[in-house]
Design a protein around this ligand. Structure first.
Ligand SMILES: Cc1cc2nc3c(=O)[nH]c(=O)nc-3n(C[C@H](O)[C@H](O)[C@H](O)COP(=O)(O)O)c2cc1C
Length: 248
């Protein structure tokens, strides 16, 4: 075991932060780590917006009523972004839009690039003792996020990352075990998957009943199927298409 592995294995989302801004050198280290990740075809098809304006943070927090979007040490919005590529393509009168940028493949590339950057930022923050929580709930009002940050075409907000000095102790949440997510040489049988999930449900029931805060009676399978059954964001597909992403 080394420090990197310890940081990774001790990950837990933090949702209560001290109201103290992160130091500039901490923010710079986190951004540098984000910028250093792998990127498909060297495209670097992502950007980040650091949000420090209290009014903008308040408006972002109002989308999902999550106080930690407003009260934290720093907030970064992650974007899938081909705007800079489009500027240069237009200058050189090259059609990169219909050839690639609009395609599902290139939307995937941009979201993967942004996610790698964000996860590097998260691990860097946690290695410095700074807590982090991804914020996907901004997707509930993409138009508000779009207007708040004047996002041009070919830029889609994906998620935020709330960062700060932790003001809570959180248990580590159990994750699916190795046999449930790592298969060798071919995809696992349904039988194997069912048996792994039954065991994991038992682990999760025990976890929810024994954790320090917000104890409850729940199973992983019930929880996620309920979520997948209920959640629907009708505005997301047209929003992404209006930004000229994922249209073919
Ligand atoms: C893309 C993404 C979006 C997320 N959005 C939210 C969010 O809006 N609010 C929140 O409280 N947690 C959010 N989370 C955190 C997850 O709930 C959390 O990672 C998961 O429950 C596992 O817990 P852990 O991070 O403590 O291991 C998000 C995580 C990811 C990866």
């Amino acid at each position: 075991m080394n420090d990197t592995l310890t940081t990774l294995l001790e990950h837990r989302s933090i949702r209560a932060f001290k109201d103290t801004p992160l130091k500039d050198e901490e923010i710079n280290a986190i951004i540098d780590a984000a910028r250093s990740g792998s990127t498909s075809s060297y495209l670097m098809a992502y950007s980040m917006i650091g949000v420090t304006d209290p009014e903008k943070k308040r408006k972002l927090a109002s989308i999902s009523n999550q106080s930690y979007i407003e009260k934290n040490g720093h907030f970064i919005l992650f974007l899938a972004d081909y705007h800079r590529h489009m500027i240069h393509a237009n200058k050189e009168e090259k059609d990169i839009l219909s050839k690639n940028v609009q395609s599902t493949e290139y939307f995937m590339i941009a979201t993967i690039d942004a996610t790698i950057a964000a996860q590097n930022a998260t691990v860097a923050a946690e290695s410095l003792g700074i807590g982090a929580c991804y914020i996907g709930s901004i997707k509930r009002d993409m138009d508000l996020v779009n207007d708040l940050f004047d996002l041009p075409e070919h830029v889609v907000p994906l998620f935020g990352l709330a960062l700060g000095y932790p003001d809570e102790k959180q248990d580590i949440k159990p994750k699916l075990p190795k046999n449930a997510v790592y298969f060798e040489n071919s995809y696992a049988s349904d039988e194997q998957q069912k048996s792994e999930l039954e065991k994991f449900d038992e682990t999760i029931t025990t976890y929810y009943q024994s954790r320090q805060t917000n104890k409850r009676d729940d199973r992983w399978t019930t929880q996620v199927i309920e979520k997948l059954h209920n959640q629907r964001n009708d505005r997301l597909t047209p929003f992404v298409e209006e930004k000229k992403f994922n249209t073919r």
